[in-house]
Ligand binder design. Structure first.
Ligand code: FAD
Length: 589
Protein backbone atom coordinates (compact mmCIF):
# COMPACT_ATOMS: atom_id res chain seq x y z
CA UNK A 1 0.00 0.00 0.00
CA UNK A 2 1.42 3.37 -1.02
CA UNK A 3 0.64 6.56 0.90
CA UNK A 4 0.44 9.88 -0.95
CA UNK A 5 0.23 12.95 1.32
CA UNK A 6 -0.65 16.24 -0.31
CA UNK A 7 -0.15 19.33 1.85
CA UNK A 8 -2.17 22.32 0.63
CA UNK A 9 -5.60 22.03 -0.96
CA UNK A 10 -5.15 25.04 -3.23
CA UNK A 11 -4.94 24.86 -7.02
CA UNK A 12 -1.77 22.73 -7.16
CA UNK A 13 -2.80 20.33 -4.37
CA UNK A 14 -6.30 19.74 -5.72
CA UNK A 15 -4.96 19.18 -9.23
CA UNK A 16 -2.37 16.70 -7.89
CA UNK A 17 -5.06 14.79 -5.97
CA UNK A 18 -7.38 14.63 -8.99
CA UNK A 19 -4.71 13.53 -11.44
CA UNK A 20 -3.35 10.88 -9.06
CA UNK A 21 -6.81 9.53 -8.28
CA UNK A 22 -7.76 9.32 -11.96
CA UNK A 23 -4.37 8.11 -13.23
CA UNK A 24 -4.93 4.32 -13.00
CA UNK A 25 -1.31 4.24 -11.79
CA UNK A 26 -2.31 3.74 -8.18
CA UNK A 27 -3.34 0.38 -6.72
CA UNK A 28 -6.54 -0.42 -4.88
CA UNK A 29 -5.95 0.27 -1.19
CA UNK A 30 -3.44 3.06 -1.80
CA UNK A 31 -4.18 6.23 0.14
CA UNK A 32 -4.33 9.85 -0.91
CA UNK A 33 -4.64 12.31 1.96
CA UNK A 34 -5.17 15.98 1.30
CA UNK A 35 -4.12 18.04 4.32
CA UNK A 36 -5.06 21.71 4.46
CA UNK A 37 -4.39 24.43 7.05
CA UNK A 38 -7.61 26.27 6.16
CA UNK A 39 -11.18 24.98 6.23
CA UNK A 40 -12.68 25.46 2.77
CA UNK A 41 -16.26 24.75 1.72
CA UNK A 42 -15.61 21.50 -0.13
CA UNK A 43 -18.38 18.95 -0.40
CA UNK A 44 -19.02 17.62 3.11
CA UNK A 45 -16.65 20.01 4.95
CA UNK A 46 -17.67 20.75 8.55
CA UNK A 47 -18.17 24.44 9.45
CA UNK A 48 -16.10 25.79 6.53
CA UNK A 49 -14.89 29.37 6.87
CA UNK A 50 -14.67 30.34 3.18
CA UNK A 51 -15.12 29.20 -0.43
CA UNK A 52 -12.43 27.04 -2.06
CA UNK A 53 -9.53 27.21 -2.39
CA UNK A 54 -6.07 28.61 -1.58
CA UNK A 55 -5.63 31.91 -3.37
CA UNK A 56 -9.04 31.67 -5.09
CA UNK A 57 -12.05 33.00 -3.19
CA UNK A 58 -15.38 33.85 -4.83
CA UNK A 59 -17.11 36.06 -2.29
CA UNK A 60 -20.89 36.35 -2.44
CA UNK A 61 -22.78 39.15 -0.72
CA UNK A 62 -23.65 37.94 2.81
CA UNK A 63 -21.93 34.63 1.92
CA UNK A 64 -25.15 33.58 0.15
CA UNK A 65 -24.47 31.75 -3.17
CA UNK A 66 -27.74 33.15 -4.62
CA UNK A 67 -26.44 36.69 -4.20
CA UNK A 68 -24.00 38.56 -6.45
CA UNK A 69 -20.30 37.85 -6.06
CA UNK A 70 -16.93 39.51 -6.45
CA UNK A 71 -13.70 37.56 -6.89
CA UNK A 72 -11.35 38.27 -3.98
CA UNK A 73 -8.57 36.02 -5.31
CA UNK A 74 -7.81 34.61 -8.75
CA UNK A 75 -10.61 35.41 -11.18
CA UNK A 76 -9.88 34.48 -14.80
CA UNK A 77 -7.83 32.39 -17.20
CA UNK A 78 -6.60 32.70 -20.76
CA UNK A 79 -8.39 30.29 -23.07
CA UNK A 80 -6.03 27.84 -24.77
CA UNK A 81 -5.69 28.26 -28.52
CA UNK A 82 -4.19 25.07 -30.00
CA UNK A 83 -3.41 26.81 -33.31
CA UNK A 84 -1.16 29.43 -31.79
CA UNK A 85 -0.22 27.23 -28.79
CA UNK A 86 -1.02 30.18 -26.56
CA UNK A 87 -3.14 30.50 -23.45
CA UNK A 88 -3.61 28.27 -20.42
CA UNK A 89 -3.66 24.76 -21.78
CA UNK A 90 -4.10 22.85 -18.53
CA UNK A 91 -6.76 25.10 -17.02
CA UNK A 92 -8.74 25.01 -20.27
CA UNK A 93 -8.34 21.23 -20.48
CA UNK A 94 -9.23 20.67 -16.82
CA UNK A 95 -12.41 22.75 -17.12
CA UNK A 96 -13.37 20.66 -20.13
CA UNK A 97 -12.55 17.32 -18.48
CA UNK A 98 -14.53 18.28 -15.36
CA UNK A 99 -17.58 19.02 -17.51
CA UNK A 100 -17.63 22.73 -16.70
CA UNK A 101 -17.58 24.09 -20.26
CA UNK A 102 -21.21 25.17 -19.98
CA UNK A 103 -20.21 27.61 -17.22
CA UNK A 104 -17.44 29.30 -19.23
CA UNK A 105 -18.10 32.98 -19.96
CA UNK A 106 -16.02 35.89 -21.22
CA UNK A 107 -14.16 37.93 -18.67
CA UNK A 108 -14.65 41.28 -20.37
CA UNK A 109 -11.74 43.70 -20.33
CA UNK A 110 -12.41 47.13 -21.74
CA UNK A 111 -10.28 48.44 -24.60
CA UNK A 112 -11.00 51.96 -23.40
CA UNK A 113 -10.21 52.05 -19.68
CA UNK A 114 -10.85 55.01 -17.40
CA UNK A 115 -7.58 56.33 -15.95
CA UNK A 116 -7.11 58.46 -12.85
CA UNK A 117 -3.42 59.34 -12.84
CA UNK A 118 -1.74 62.35 -11.22
CA UNK A 119 -5.14 63.81 -10.42
CA UNK A 120 -6.23 63.70 -14.07
CA UNK A 121 -9.15 61.66 -15.42
CA UNK A 122 -9.06 60.45 -18.99
CA UNK A 123 -9.85 57.40 -21.12
CA UNK A 124 -7.49 55.14 -23.01
CA UNK A 125 -8.98 56.25 -26.33
CA UNK A 126 -8.20 59.90 -25.49
CA UNK A 127 -4.51 59.03 -25.61
CA UNK A 128 -4.86 56.88 -28.71
CA UNK A 129 -6.64 59.65 -30.64
CA UNK A 130 -4.20 62.20 -29.20
CA UNK A 131 -6.80 64.44 -27.55
CA UNK A 132 -4.99 63.87 -24.23
CA UNK A 133 -1.36 63.42 -23.26
CA UNK A 134 -0.78 61.28 -20.20
CA UNK A 135 0.44 63.50 -17.32
CA UNK A 136 4.04 62.28 -17.34
CA UNK A 137 7.10 64.21 -18.34
CA UNK A 138 8.32 61.80 -20.98
CA UNK A 139 8.36 61.92 -24.76
CA UNK A 140 6.28 58.74 -24.85
CA UNK A 141 3.27 60.18 -22.99
CA UNK A 142 1.30 60.80 -26.19
CA UNK A 143 0.99 57.04 -26.68
CA UNK A 144 -0.53 54.28 -24.53
CA UNK A 145 1.91 53.16 -21.85
CA UNK A 146 1.87 49.62 -23.25
CA UNK A 147 3.74 50.92 -26.30
CA UNK A 148 6.53 52.10 -24.03
CA UNK A 149 6.72 48.71 -22.28
CA UNK A 150 6.82 46.91 -25.63
CA UNK A 151 9.64 49.20 -26.73
CA UNK A 152 11.66 48.55 -23.56
CA UNK A 153 11.15 44.80 -23.98
CA UNK A 154 12.36 45.01 -27.56
CA UNK A 155 15.56 46.65 -26.36
CA UNK A 156 16.20 43.41 -24.45
CA UNK A 157 14.88 40.79 -26.85
CA UNK A 158 16.34 42.45 -29.99
CA UNK A 159 15.55 40.64 -33.24
CA UNK A 160 14.99 37.22 -31.65
CA UNK A 161 11.81 35.33 -32.48
CA UNK A 162 10.50 34.42 -29.02
CA UNK A 163 6.96 33.37 -29.86
CA UNK A 164 7.22 29.80 -28.58
CA UNK A 165 7.57 28.75 -24.97
CA UNK A 166 10.69 26.75 -25.82
CA UNK A 167 12.38 29.85 -27.26
CA UNK A 168 11.30 31.89 -24.23
CA UNK A 169 12.77 29.32 -21.83
CA UNK A 170 16.08 29.48 -23.70
CA UNK A 171 16.01 33.28 -23.50
CA UNK A 172 15.43 33.17 -19.72
CA UNK A 173 18.43 30.91 -19.29
CA UNK A 174 21.02 32.34 -21.61
CA UNK A 175 19.70 35.40 -23.51
CA UNK A 176 22.08 38.35 -23.53
CA UNK A 177 21.38 42.00 -24.27
CA UNK A 178 21.51 42.74 -28.02
CA UNK A 179 24.76 43.90 -29.64
CA UNK A 180 23.40 47.40 -30.20
CA UNK A 181 22.15 48.00 -26.64
CA UNK A 182 22.61 51.68 -25.92
CA UNK A 183 23.16 51.91 -22.19
CA UNK A 184 25.38 53.79 -19.78
CA UNK A 185 24.98 50.96 -17.28
CA UNK A 186 24.69 47.65 -19.14
CA UNK A 187 26.70 46.09 -21.96
CA UNK A 188 25.90 43.72 -24.81
CA UNK A 189 27.05 40.49 -23.19
CA UNK A 190 25.15 40.98 -19.96
CA UNK A 191 22.74 38.10 -19.38
CA UNK A 192 19.22 39.57 -19.42
CA UNK A 193 18.19 37.21 -16.61
CA UNK A 194 20.82 38.88 -14.42
CA UNK A 195 19.28 42.32 -14.94
CA UNK A 196 16.45 43.81 -12.89
CA UNK A 197 13.45 45.05 -14.88
CA UNK A 198 13.05 48.32 -12.96
CA UNK A 199 16.80 48.91 -13.26
CA UNK A 200 16.78 48.50 -17.04
CA UNK A 201 13.55 50.47 -17.48
CA UNK A 202 15.01 53.37 -15.48
CA UNK A 203 18.22 53.18 -17.50
CA UNK A 204 16.30 53.41 -20.78
CA UNK A 205 13.19 55.50 -20.06
CA UNK A 206 14.11 57.52 -16.96
CA UNK A 207 11.96 57.87 -13.92
CA UNK A 208 9.03 59.52 -15.68
CA UNK A 209 8.81 56.77 -18.31
CA UNK A 210 9.06 54.17 -15.59
CA UNK A 211 6.37 55.88 -13.51
CA UNK A 212 4.10 56.17 -16.54
CA UNK A 213 4.14 52.47 -17.31
CA UNK A 214 4.16 51.49 -13.62
CA UNK A 215 1.10 53.63 -12.84
CA UNK A 216 -0.90 53.04 -16.04
CA UNK A 217 -0.22 49.29 -16.13
CA UNK A 218 -2.21 48.80 -12.91
CA UNK A 219 0.06 46.10 -11.45
CA UNK A 220 3.04 47.43 -9.51
CA UNK A 221 4.32 43.85 -9.24
CA UNK A 222 4.95 43.90 -13.01
CA UNK A 223 7.46 46.75 -12.78
CA UNK A 224 9.54 45.91 -9.72
CA UNK A 225 13.21 44.95 -10.10
CA UNK A 226 12.36 41.36 -11.04
CA UNK A 227 14.02 39.16 -13.63
CA UNK A 228 14.22 41.32 -16.76
CA UNK A 229 14.26 38.31 -19.12
CA UNK A 230 10.93 37.10 -17.78
CA UNK A 231 9.57 40.67 -17.65
CA UNK A 232 10.67 41.33 -21.25
CA UNK A 233 8.39 38.50 -22.38
CA UNK A 234 5.57 39.12 -19.94
CA UNK A 235 5.35 42.89 -20.61
CA UNK A 236 6.38 42.84 -24.27
CA UNK A 237 5.28 41.79 -27.73
CA UNK A 238 5.64 38.08 -26.94
CA UNK A 239 3.29 38.21 -23.93
CA UNK A 240 0.97 35.20 -24.13
CA UNK A 241 -2.19 36.48 -25.82
CA UNK A 242 -5.73 35.13 -25.87
CA UNK A 243 -9.23 35.60 -24.60
CA UNK A 244 -9.87 36.00 -20.88
CA UNK A 245 -12.51 33.58 -19.61
CA UNK A 246 -14.05 32.76 -16.25
CA UNK A 247 -16.85 30.62 -14.82
CA UNK A 248 -20.32 32.11 -14.48
CA UNK A 249 -20.71 30.80 -10.91
CA UNK A 250 -17.36 32.27 -9.91
CA UNK A 251 -13.87 30.82 -10.09
CA UNK A 252 -14.22 28.91 -6.80
CA UNK A 253 -16.60 26.57 -8.65
CA UNK A 254 -13.61 25.08 -10.49
CA UNK A 255 -11.88 24.15 -7.25
CA UNK A 256 -15.01 22.81 -5.57
CA UNK A 257 -15.47 20.58 -8.63
CA UNK A 258 -11.82 19.56 -8.68
CA UNK A 259 -12.14 18.31 -5.10
CA UNK A 260 -15.35 16.47 -5.92
CA UNK A 261 -13.74 14.88 -9.00
CA UNK A 262 -10.69 13.78 -6.99
CA UNK A 263 -12.80 12.10 -4.31
CA UNK A 264 -15.12 10.49 -6.89
CA UNK A 265 -12.24 9.15 -9.00
CA UNK A 266 -10.56 7.79 -5.87
CA UNK A 267 -13.78 6.05 -4.79
CA UNK A 268 -14.28 4.54 -8.25
CA UNK A 269 -10.69 3.27 -8.33
CA UNK A 270 -10.65 1.76 -4.83
CA UNK A 271 -8.27 4.38 -3.44
CA UNK A 272 -8.73 5.59 0.13
CA UNK A 273 -9.15 9.33 -0.16
CA UNK A 274 -9.35 11.65 2.82
CA UNK A 275 -9.45 15.39 3.32
CA UNK A 276 -8.07 16.66 6.63
CA UNK A 277 -8.66 20.38 7.06
CA UNK A 278 -7.71 22.72 9.91
CA UNK A 279 -4.35 20.96 9.98
CA UNK A 280 -0.97 22.47 9.29
CA UNK A 281 2.17 20.71 8.10
CA UNK A 282 4.43 21.79 10.94
CA UNK A 283 7.84 20.32 10.06
CA UNK A 284 9.42 17.79 7.69
CA UNK A 285 12.69 15.86 7.42
CA UNK A 286 14.19 12.58 6.17
CA UNK A 287 15.27 9.52 8.17
CA UNK A 288 17.17 6.49 6.89
CA UNK A 289 15.15 3.31 7.35
CA UNK A 290 16.27 0.02 5.79
CA UNK A 291 18.83 1.88 3.68
CA UNK A 292 16.18 4.23 2.25
CA UNK A 293 15.58 7.91 2.95
CA UNK A 294 11.97 8.14 4.15
CA UNK A 295 10.05 11.43 4.57
CA UNK A 296 8.89 12.12 8.14
CA UNK A 297 6.73 15.00 9.25
CA UNK A 298 4.67 16.45 12.07
CA UNK A 299 1.36 18.28 11.84
CA UNK A 300 -0.24 20.85 14.13
CA UNK A 301 -3.87 21.91 14.55
CA UNK A 302 -4.88 25.21 12.95
CA UNK A 303 -5.90 26.45 16.40
CA UNK A 304 -2.28 26.09 17.63
CA UNK A 305 -0.18 26.05 14.45
CA UNK A 306 3.17 26.42 16.21
CA UNK A 307 2.66 24.25 19.28
CA UNK A 308 1.67 20.68 20.18
CA UNK A 309 2.82 19.13 16.92
CA UNK A 310 1.77 15.53 16.33
CA UNK A 311 3.99 12.47 16.76
CA UNK A 312 6.23 11.90 13.69
CA UNK A 313 4.33 10.45 10.70
CA UNK A 314 5.62 8.99 7.45
CA UNK A 315 4.53 8.66 3.83
CA UNK A 316 5.85 7.26 0.57
CA UNK A 317 5.23 10.45 -1.37
CA UNK A 318 4.81 13.96 -0.02
CA UNK A 319 3.65 16.92 -2.11
CA UNK A 320 4.26 20.38 -0.69
CA UNK A 321 1.62 22.26 -2.69
CA UNK A 322 2.09 25.59 -1.05
CA UNK A 323 3.69 28.96 -1.72
CA UNK A 324 7.25 29.86 -0.64
CA UNK A 325 6.21 31.66 2.55
CA UNK A 326 4.32 28.55 3.67
CA UNK A 327 7.31 26.35 2.86
CA UNK A 328 9.56 28.74 4.76
CA UNK A 329 7.26 28.53 7.82
CA UNK A 330 7.68 24.73 7.71
CA UNK A 331 11.45 25.05 7.26
CA UNK A 332 11.55 27.45 10.17
CA UNK A 333 9.72 25.04 12.49
CA UNK A 334 11.97 22.16 11.35
CA UNK A 335 15.13 24.20 11.95
CA UNK A 336 14.55 24.20 15.72
CA UNK A 337 13.89 20.47 16.11
CA UNK A 338 16.63 17.99 17.05
CA UNK A 339 17.88 16.88 13.62
CA UNK A 340 20.62 14.56 14.86
CA UNK A 341 20.89 11.68 12.37
CA UNK A 342 18.14 13.20 10.22
CA UNK A 343 18.18 15.27 7.03
CA UNK A 344 16.70 18.76 7.33
CA UNK A 345 16.47 19.15 3.56
CA UNK A 346 14.40 22.35 3.45
CA UNK A 347 17.18 24.17 5.28
CA UNK A 348 19.89 22.93 2.91
CA UNK A 349 21.72 26.01 1.56
CA UNK A 350 20.97 25.18 -2.09
CA UNK A 351 17.27 24.62 -1.40
CA UNK A 352 17.09 27.85 0.62
CA UNK A 353 18.79 29.72 -2.23
CA UNK A 354 16.20 28.46 -4.69
CA UNK A 355 13.30 29.08 -2.28
CA UNK A 356 14.45 32.71 -2.30
CA UNK A 357 14.64 32.87 -6.11
CA UNK A 358 11.18 34.41 -6.31
CA UNK A 359 10.06 37.80 -5.02
CA UNK A 360 6.95 37.73 -2.85
CA UNK A 361 4.31 40.07 -4.24
CA UNK A 362 1.63 40.92 -1.67
CA UNK A 363 -1.77 41.77 -3.10
CA UNK A 364 -5.05 43.05 -1.70
CA UNK A 365 -8.65 43.02 -2.81
CA UNK A 366 -11.71 44.78 -1.45
CA UNK A 367 -15.29 43.92 -2.48
CA UNK A 368 -18.19 46.34 -2.07
CA UNK A 369 -21.85 45.61 -2.74
CA UNK A 370 -24.39 48.34 -3.55
CA UNK A 371 -28.14 48.47 -4.09
CA UNK A 372 -27.60 50.22 -7.42
CA UNK A 373 -24.69 50.53 -9.90
CA UNK A 374 -23.89 54.19 -9.10
CA UNK A 375 -20.84 54.14 -11.40
CA UNK A 376 -22.99 53.99 -14.53
CA UNK A 377 -24.26 57.52 -13.84
CA UNK A 378 -20.97 58.94 -12.50
CA UNK A 379 -19.38 61.94 -14.22
CA UNK A 380 -16.57 59.61 -15.34
CA UNK A 381 -18.20 56.21 -15.81
CA UNK A 382 -16.18 53.20 -16.86
CA UNK A 383 -16.71 52.37 -20.54
CA UNK A 384 -17.30 48.66 -20.37
CA UNK A 385 -18.21 45.96 -22.82
CA UNK A 386 -21.52 44.43 -21.63
CA UNK A 387 -21.51 46.62 -18.47
CA UNK A 388 -19.10 44.43 -16.50
CA UNK A 389 -15.48 44.05 -15.37
CA UNK A 390 -12.89 46.67 -16.28
CA UNK A 391 -10.34 47.78 -15.32
CA UNK A 392 -10.26 51.38 -14.22
CA UNK A 393 -6.63 52.17 -13.39
CA UNK A 394 -5.45 54.69 -10.81
CA UNK A 395 -2.23 55.69 -9.08
CA UNK A 396 -3.92 55.91 -5.67
CA UNK A 397 -4.35 53.00 -3.28
CA UNK A 398 -7.39 51.67 -5.16
CA UNK A 399 -5.01 50.97 -8.10
CA UNK A 400 -7.54 48.96 -10.14
CA UNK A 401 -11.34 48.81 -10.02
CA UNK A 402 -13.43 46.04 -11.64
CA UNK A 403 -17.19 46.31 -11.96
CA UNK A 404 -18.83 42.91 -11.34
CA UNK A 405 -22.41 44.19 -11.30
CA UNK A 406 -25.44 42.03 -10.61
CA UNK A 407 -24.40 38.43 -11.20
CA UNK A 408 -26.66 36.76 -8.62
CA UNK A 409 -30.10 35.22 -8.90
CA UNK A 410 -31.57 36.70 -5.70
CA UNK A 411 -33.95 39.65 -5.60
CA UNK A 412 -33.66 42.52 -5.06
CA UNK A 413 -30.48 42.68 -7.15
CA UNK A 414 -27.19 43.65 -5.57
CA UNK A 415 -24.28 45.13 -7.54
CA UNK A 416 -20.75 44.01 -6.80
CA UNK A 417 -17.65 46.15 -7.19
CA UNK A 418 -14.04 45.08 -6.84
CA UNK A 419 -13.37 48.50 -5.39
CA UNK A 420 -9.65 48.03 -4.93
CA UNK A 421 -7.24 45.55 -6.44
CA UNK A 422 -3.69 46.49 -5.58
CA UNK A 423 -0.30 44.99 -4.90
CA UNK A 424 3.17 45.62 -3.47
CA UNK A 425 3.50 48.79 -1.35
CA UNK A 426 -0.13 49.82 -1.94
CA UNK A 427 -1.31 46.88 0.16
CA UNK A 428 0.06 48.51 3.32
CA UNK A 429 -2.34 51.43 2.84
CA UNK A 430 -5.36 49.20 3.45
CA UNK A 431 -3.59 46.90 5.89
CA UNK A 432 -3.30 49.80 8.34
CA UNK A 433 -7.06 50.32 8.04
CA UNK A 434 -8.02 46.73 8.86
CA UNK A 435 -8.45 47.83 12.47
CA UNK A 436 -10.76 50.70 13.33
CA UNK A 437 -9.48 54.04 14.63
CA UNK A 438 -10.33 52.90 18.16
CA UNK A 439 -8.54 49.54 18.17
CA UNK A 440 -5.00 48.50 19.22
CA UNK A 441 -3.47 45.47 17.51
CA UNK A 442 -3.74 42.38 19.73
CA UNK A 443 -2.61 39.70 17.25
CA UNK A 444 0.74 40.22 15.51
CA UNK A 445 0.36 40.59 11.75
CA UNK A 446 2.59 37.52 11.29
CA UNK A 447 -0.02 35.44 13.13
CA UNK A 448 -3.08 36.98 11.49
CA UNK A 449 -4.32 34.23 9.14
CA UNK A 450 -7.16 36.26 7.65
CA UNK A 451 -6.88 34.78 4.12
CA UNK A 452 -7.52 31.33 5.60
CA UNK A 453 -10.46 32.53 7.66
CA UNK A 454 -12.05 34.30 4.69
CA UNK A 455 -13.17 37.75 3.64
CA UNK A 456 -13.34 40.13 6.63
CA UNK A 457 -15.77 43.00 7.09
CA UNK A 458 -14.11 46.40 6.62
CA UNK A 459 -14.15 48.86 9.52
CA UNK A 460 -16.11 52.08 8.92
CA UNK A 461 -12.90 54.07 8.33
CA UNK A 462 -11.77 51.75 5.53
CA UNK A 463 -15.21 51.90 3.98
CA UNK A 464 -15.23 55.71 4.05
CA UNK A 465 -11.71 55.87 2.61
CA UNK A 466 -12.83 53.63 -0.25
CA UNK A 467 -15.81 55.87 -0.94
CA UNK A 468 -13.56 58.94 -0.88
CA UNK A 469 -11.12 57.42 -3.36
CA UNK A 470 -13.88 56.05 -5.60
CA UNK A 471 -15.46 59.52 -5.64
CA UNK A 472 -12.10 61.05 -6.61
CA UNK A 473 -11.80 58.70 -9.56
CA UNK A 474 -15.37 58.88 -10.87
CA UNK A 475 -16.33 62.49 -10.03
CA UNK A 476 -14.46 65.81 -10.14
CA UNK A 477 -15.71 67.73 -7.09
CA UNK A 478 -13.04 69.60 -5.11
CA UNK A 479 -12.48 68.90 -2.31
CA UNK A 480 -13.54 65.33 -3.07
CA UNK A 481 -16.76 64.25 -1.41
CA UNK A 482 -17.08 60.61 -0.41
CA UNK A 483 -20.85 61.07 -0.23
CA UNK A 484 -20.95 61.06 -4.04
CA UNK A 485 -20.54 57.30 -3.67
CA UNK A 486 -23.52 55.86 -1.76
CA UNK A 487 -23.02 53.88 1.43
CA UNK A 488 -22.47 50.22 0.46
CA UNK A 489 -24.51 47.28 1.71
CA UNK A 490 -21.29 45.43 2.56
CA UNK A 491 -17.52 45.92 2.29
CA UNK A 492 -15.16 42.94 2.70
CA UNK A 493 -11.43 42.59 2.16
CA UNK A 494 -8.81 39.89 1.67
CA UNK A 495 -5.17 40.60 2.43
CA UNK A 496 -3.05 38.03 0.55
CA UNK A 497 0.20 39.36 1.99
CA UNK A 498 -0.62 37.75 5.32
CA UNK A 499 0.54 34.29 6.39
CA UNK A 500 0.56 31.54 5.43
CA UNK A 501 0.52 32.89 1.84
CA UNK A 502 2.83 35.89 2.28
CA UNK A 503 1.98 37.00 -1.27
CA UNK A 504 -0.76 37.00 -3.86
CA UNK A 505 1.72 35.93 -6.49
CA UNK A 506 5.45 35.77 -7.18
CA UNK A 507 7.99 37.08 -9.68
CA UNK A 508 11.35 35.56 -10.55
CA UNK A 509 14.28 37.37 -9.06
CA UNK A 510 17.16 38.27 -11.39
CA UNK A 511 20.49 36.40 -11.14
CA UNK A 512 18.84 32.97 -11.27
CA UNK A 513 18.67 30.50 -14.14
CA UNK A 514 14.89 30.22 -14.03
CA UNK A 515 14.84 26.90 -15.86
CA UNK A 516 17.28 25.35 -13.41
CA UNK A 517 15.21 26.49 -10.44
CA UNK A 518 11.94 25.24 -11.99
CA UNK A 519 13.43 21.81 -12.60
CA UNK A 520 15.36 21.35 -9.37
CA UNK A 521 13.14 22.92 -6.71
CA UNK A 522 10.58 20.21 -7.51
CA UNK A 523 12.81 17.66 -5.76
CA UNK A 524 14.36 19.37 -2.74
CA UNK A 525 15.54 16.07 -1.26
CA UNK A 526 17.60 15.44 -4.40
CA UNK A 527 19.13 18.89 -4.07
CA UNK A 528 20.04 18.21 -0.44
CA UNK A 529 21.16 14.57 -0.63
CA UNK A 530 21.57 13.52 -4.28
CA UNK A 531 18.67 11.08 -3.79
CA UNK A 532 15.05 11.72 -4.61
CA UNK A 533 13.14 10.69 -1.47
CA UNK A 534 9.70 11.35 -2.96
CA UNK A 535 9.11 14.86 -1.64
CA UNK A 536 7.96 17.38 -4.25
CA UNK A 537 7.40 21.14 -4.24
CA UNK A 538 4.53 22.20 -6.48
CA UNK A 539 2.85 25.55 -7.10
CA UNK A 540 2.49 28.79 -9.02
CA UNK A 541 5.59 30.39 -7.48
CA UNK A 542 8.21 28.27 -9.24
CA UNK A 543 6.48 28.08 -12.61
CA UNK A 544 6.45 29.51 -16.09
CA UNK A 545 3.04 31.07 -15.36
CA UNK A 546 3.57 33.01 -12.16
CA UNK A 547 0.44 34.76 -10.96
CA UNK A 548 -1.77 32.18 -12.65
CA UNK A 549 -3.49 28.92 -11.67
CA UNK A 550 -1.92 27.54 -14.84
CA UNK A 551 1.48 27.75 -13.15
CA UNK A 552 0.29 25.59 -10.24
CA UNK A 553 -1.26 23.05 -12.62
CA UNK A 554 1.84 22.91 -14.86
CA UNK A 555 4.29 22.32 -12.02
CA UNK A 556 2.01 19.61 -10.59
CA UNK A 557 1.66 17.99 -14.01
CA UNK A 558 5.44 18.09 -14.56
CA UNK A 559 6.05 16.29 -11.25
CA UNK A 560 3.41 13.65 -11.96
CA UNK A 561 4.75 13.02 -15.45
CA UNK A 562 8.48 13.17 -14.73
CA UNK A 563 8.60 11.39 -11.36
CA UNK A 564 5.44 9.29 -11.06
CA UNK A 565 5.14 8.16 -14.66
CA UNK A 566 1.71 9.62 -15.45
CA UNK A 567 0.89 10.27 -19.10
CA UNK A 568 0.34 13.99 -19.58
CA UNK A 569 -3.10 15.29 -20.47
CA UNK A 570 -1.34 18.25 -22.14
CA UNK A 571 0.06 18.46 -25.65
CA UNK A 572 3.60 19.36 -24.66
CA UNK A 573 5.02 19.41 -28.20
CA UNK A 574 4.90 23.22 -28.32
CA UNK A 575 4.15 23.82 -24.67
CA UNK A 576 6.84 22.71 -22.21
CA UNK A 577 5.17 22.44 -18.81
CA UNK A 578 8.15 24.10 -17.19
CA UNK A 579 11.43 25.42 -18.57
CA UNK A 580 14.71 23.54 -18.72
CA UNK A 581 17.99 25.02 -17.54
CA UNK A 582 20.56 26.26 -20.02
CA UNK A 583 23.17 23.67 -21.00
CA UNK A 584 25.63 25.08 -18.48
CA UNK A 585 23.35 24.64 -15.50
CA UNK A 586 22.94 21.45 -13.44
CA UNK A 587 20.07 19.12 -14.36
CA UNK A 588 18.56 16.85 -11.72
CA UNK A 589 15.84 14.45 -12.64
C1 FAD B 1 -5.51 38.80 -5.77
C2 FAD B 1 -5.13 37.65 -6.67
C3 FAD B 1 -5.52 37.65 -7.99
C4 FAD B 1 -5.18 36.58 -8.83
N1 FAD B 1 -5.68 36.55 -10.10
C5 FAD B 1 -5.56 35.40 -10.81
C6 FAD B 1 -6.31 35.20 -11.99
O1 FAD B 1 -7.11 36.05 -12.39
N2 FAD B 1 -6.13 34.04 -12.67
C7 FAD B 1 -5.28 33.06 -12.23
O2 FAD B 1 -5.16 32.02 -12.89
N3 FAD B 1 -4.60 33.21 -11.09
C8 FAD B 1 -4.73 34.34 -10.36
N4 FAD B 1 -4.09 34.47 -9.17
C9 FAD B 1 -3.08 33.48 -8.79
C10 FAD B 1 -3.68 32.15 -8.36
O3 FAD B 1 -4.64 32.37 -7.38
C11 FAD B 1 -2.53 31.30 -7.82
O4 FAD B 1 -1.56 31.19 -8.84
C12 FAD B 1 -2.95 29.89 -7.43
O5 FAD B 1 -4.01 29.91 -6.52
C13 FAD B 1 -1.74 29.22 -6.81
O6 FAD B 1 -2.02 27.89 -6.47
P1 FAD B 1 -1.01 27.11 -5.52
O7 FAD B 1 -1.50 25.73 -5.40
O8 FAD B 1 0.37 27.35 -5.98
O9 FAD B 1 -1.09 27.84 -4.11
P2 FAD B 1 -2.38 28.26 -3.16
O10 FAD B 1 -3.56 28.48 -4.00
O11 FAD B 1 -1.85 29.37 -2.39
O12 FAD B 1 -2.58 26.99 -2.30
C14 FAD B 1 -1.72 26.66 -1.25
C15 FAD B 1 -2.50 26.00 -0.14
O13 FAD B 1 -1.60 25.52 0.85
C16 FAD B 1 -2.17 25.72 2.12
N5 FAD B 1 -1.10 25.66 3.11
C17 FAD B 1 -0.12 26.56 3.33
N6 FAD B 1 0.71 26.12 4.28
C18 FAD B 1 0.25 24.92 4.68
C19 FAD B 1 0.69 23.98 5.63
N7 FAD B 1 1.80 24.18 6.36
N8 FAD B 1 -0.03 22.85 5.80
C20 FAD B 1 -1.14 22.61 5.05
N9 FAD B 1 -1.60 23.48 4.14
C21 FAD B 1 -0.91 24.62 3.95
C22 FAD B 1 -2.83 27.06 1.98
O14 FAD B 1 -3.79 27.26 2.99
C23 FAD B 1 -3.43 26.96 0.58
O15 FAD B 1 -4.73 26.43 0.61
C24 FAD B 1 -4.40 35.53 -8.32
C25 FAD B 1 -4.01 35.53 -6.98
C26 FAD B 1 -4.38 36.57 -6.16
C27 FAD B 1 -4.00 36.53 -4.71
Amino acid sequence: MTAYKIFGAGAGGLYTAWRLAASRKLNRGDTIELIEWGNYAFDGAVNPTRPPAGRICTHHYKGDPAQSYVELGGMRYVQWNPDTAQGHQLVTKTIEMLGLNSLVVDFETTGNPLFYLRDRRFYGDDVVNKSVKAPYNTGANDKPSDNLATHISKLMTGTRDLRTRAAQCEFYSSGTLPKDVNSFVYSKDDVVGNVGYWNFFYDQAGNEGYEYYGDAGGYTSNVIAWNAADAAIYNGEFAPGGAFKTLSRGYSALFARLYYAASTEAFNNGINFTLTQNTRLHSIWLETIGGHLIPHYRTAPASQPFSAPSAPLTANYVFLCMPPRSVELVANATRYLDMTGKVDFLNHAGVQNYLESVILQPSYKVAMFFDHPWWTSAKFPPKLANHVYGPTVTDIALRQVYYFGNNGTATPPVYGLLASYDDMEFTTFWQQMQLSGKERRKVPLSQDYQPLLGPAKAPAEMERMLRLELAKVHFTKWPPDGNQVPPPLETSFLNWGLNPFGAGYHGWSSHYDIGAVMQNIRTPTYMATGLNAGVFIVGEAFSNDQGWVEGAFCTAESVLVDFLGLKSIADTSKYPLICKPSAAAPVTS
